[in-house]
Design a protein around this ligand. Structure first.
Ligand code: ADP
Length: 329
């Protein structure tokens, strides 16, 4: 291996060691708020609560059994939309659905329910990352059990973004060693991209997200130049107030409904290196990077899961991986 490869591996090892000696609890800020939604709440009302609080996901609580009941995310709203499309005559029904109906909705539209994984906050952060990669979850709830009552408490939820930010902020000495260009690492997706145009309907874009199992679709013009990105979370303001018929309107219209504090889109080039990507994550709220050429033409997309997977797994020996994943469950 070249000196560059050696350095790269040294950087990755440093980060992995760090993740093994820190816990999920360490990622949490000193003070934070957690919005937990009761499972009996109407789905329609949950939309307003998320929007008012400026959040895109929340843990659910089953107050009858005093137990954690899963995580509400934009995927659940996409499922409700699919349900509405498959059973349009049931629109009155859709308005009456409660969060506890989400599992039933999954069943009726025939999607495989996401595995609800959680981790104990004091377990190594490395374990939380491995579980996220294994289940393809973008966020993972930290669930603790009260020693005396045996009851579960949801401490917080950590996202891929929070973890990568935590790595970036605390590992500058390691991330600076990651000097290989992203394209050379094969980091991200560069072929068979799902894209749409400003005139595509919101429903078409949602279909793409479901079909490809992805959380964002780049919006391009006729020359394949990048104009914007439609994200799964952009669905939330679209169906606020139960306005499902607006889903046939265009992506362009929907994107204009984005909150004022929208963080923006992050781009990079194929020759950029992971060290500079970590610099961007350190400074900004990045949810993915869109790879473009010098003429802003779309080349690829690097998701946070692509980065997390590379950082955790690249160069790990197969048997080590197998051994570790079997001890995780
Ligand atoms: P994340 O899990 O970080 O939210 P995604 O679900 O969007 O990321 O991405 C899952 C995988 O699909 C990644 O490997 C990513 O490179 C790829 N991907 C993401 N968006 C697209 C797209 N629009 N077209 C094709 N592949 C994509």
């Amino acid at each position: 291996p070249s000196p560059l490869d050696k350095e790269q591996l040294q950087g990755l090892r440093g980060i992995r060691e760090f993740l093994k000696v820190r816990t999920s609890y360490d990622v949490l800020p000193l003070s934070f708020r957690l919005v937990v939604l009761d499972n009996d709440l109407l789905i329609k009302k949950s939309l307003n609560i998320l929007i008012q609080n400026g959040i895109v996901s929340a843990p659910l609580w089953d107050s009858r059994n005093s137990a954690f009941a899963g995580l509400l995310t934009s995927t659940d709203y996409i499922n409700v939309i699919q349900y509405y499309c498959q059973f349009p005559e049931e629109i009155d029904q859709v308005d009456k659905f409660r969060l506890s109906s989400l599992r039933e909705i999954e069943r009726r539209i025939g999607v495989v329910p996401l595995e609800t994984v959680s981790v104990h906050p004091m377990k190594p952060l490395y374990e939380a990352c491995r579980r996220m990669l294994k289940t393809r979850a973008r966020r993972i709830p930290l669930v603790d059990t009260d020693d005396e009552t045996g009851r579960e408490t949801v401490v917080s939820v950590i996202t891929q973004y929070r973890i990568l930010k935590f790595i970036a902020v605390n590992n500058e000495q390691h991330t600076m060693l990651l000097k290989k260009p992203v394209r050379e690492l094969g980091l991200g997706t560069y072929s068979k991209m799902a894209t749409a145009t400003m005139n595509s309907s919101v429903l078409d874009v949602i279909d793409l997200m479901v079909k490809y199992n992805i959380s964002a679709v780049p919006i391009v013009d006729q020359d394949y130049k990048l104009l914007n990105v439609f994200e799964a979370v952009d669905v939330i303001p679209c169906i606020k107030g139960g306005a499902y018929d607006e889903l046939s309107s265009t992506v362009g219209g929907a994107l204009s409904r984005r909150a004022e504090d929208f963080g923006g889109i992050y781009i990079c080039g194929e020759d950029d290196r992971l060290d500079s990507i970590f610099d961007t994550i350190r400074k900004s709220r990045v949810h993915r990077l869109i790879v473009v050429d010098d003429d802003s033409r779309l080349k690829g997309i690097i998701s946070l899961s692509d980065i997390l997977k590379y950082v955790l797994l690249f160069g790990e020996e197969e048997d080590v991986i197998r051994q570790q994943s079997s001890t995780l469950i």
